[in-house]
Design a protein around this ligand. Sequence first.
Ligand SMILES: Cc1cc2nc3c(=O)[nH]c(=O)nc-3n(C[C@H](O)[C@H](O)[C@H](O)COP(=O)(O)O)c2cc1C
Length: 345
Amino acid sequence: METQNRKADHLRICLDEDVQCRQITNGFEHYRFTHCCLPELNRDQIQLETTFLGKQLGAPILISSMTGGTDLAKTINTRLAIVAQHYKLAMGVGSQRVAVENPAVAATFAVRSLAPDIPLFANLGAVQLNYRYGLEECLQAVDLLEADALILHLNPLQECVQTKGDTNFEGLLDKISMLCDKLPVPVIAKEVGNGISASMAEKLIAAGVTAIDVAGAGGTSWALVESQRAQDTRQRRLGRTFADWGLPTADCLIAVRAVLPGVPLIASGGLRDGLEVAKAIALGADIAGMALPFLQAANDSEETLHELVEILMAEITTVLFCTGSPNLSALRAPGVLQRIDGDRR
Ligand SMILES: Cc1cc2nc3c(=O)[nH]c(=O)nc-3n(C[C@H](O)[C@H](O)[C@H](O)COP(=O)(O)O)c2cc1C
């Protein structure tokens, strides 16, 4: 029940309060595309299709892991899954710990029948491997979703600010490694908005993780979300102090891509429009994830979600057209994206 209440609080706080980072940005504002005045392309023939972990996508977009476990979460997951299937987007669900603890709420996650063709990602906190979770619970999460991969989220700051958070992260890399060995689907390591550095990404990949979602800073601040939930003044203050903690998304993305050129890579954390998605692709991401914008749209209606995805796709298409890029990989050609305050690429 405690986990279920926490999930309900997270939805309410993310929808009703301003929980965006205050000062730190996602870093994409330092980059600008080079405009092409004569694209020599037909806009209607521009291709947004790509593949991720062997599955075809209609656009390089991931609906980031968010929710499950409550009635509202079920409505949101249902709408997200229908729209993800329609446009062939990848989708994650929120931490399934609540369903492992209480199988009665499993149905709030079970969206595979609505989204038979898309990459669907299960989700658990990596730290739970230190709190009696193992292969069995991970398999349960994967099976419930008929998932293509398991996302293990890494959230040390969130656990610090959360009242009674799980803060024993000792020995986790070895446990992640053992899990990667035994799990029949790939494991994706993801932060929750504080970023994954290049050296940590290298360690995670060496441990057997297949893909990285940098989930950097600049968007939803989980320190602020947990600060809003906290009952005691110490935890509230802790969350406010660390509201802007972390590695900006663009910085993580560039650093991880530089050391791991072939690894499937997701950029997320504070992306808010298709122009930023295109910048993420140009900087080396395979796909780009967004959480809060999809939550707000899904909470409104399925129609609002359609509108969001169509505008995102129109924005990405416009970037491709106005840079003379026929497809996503052309965005990575030299000179298409420039750093505007000194070239650090
Ligand atoms: C309501 C809500 C619940 C979330 N729950 C989870 C979760 O259970 N597991 C997880 O890995 N990330 C979770 N996240 C984090 C997001 O996946 C994402 O990493 C983070 O919000 C930053 O992205 P954004 O700036 O686009 O919101 C959640 C985000 C939101 C908004």
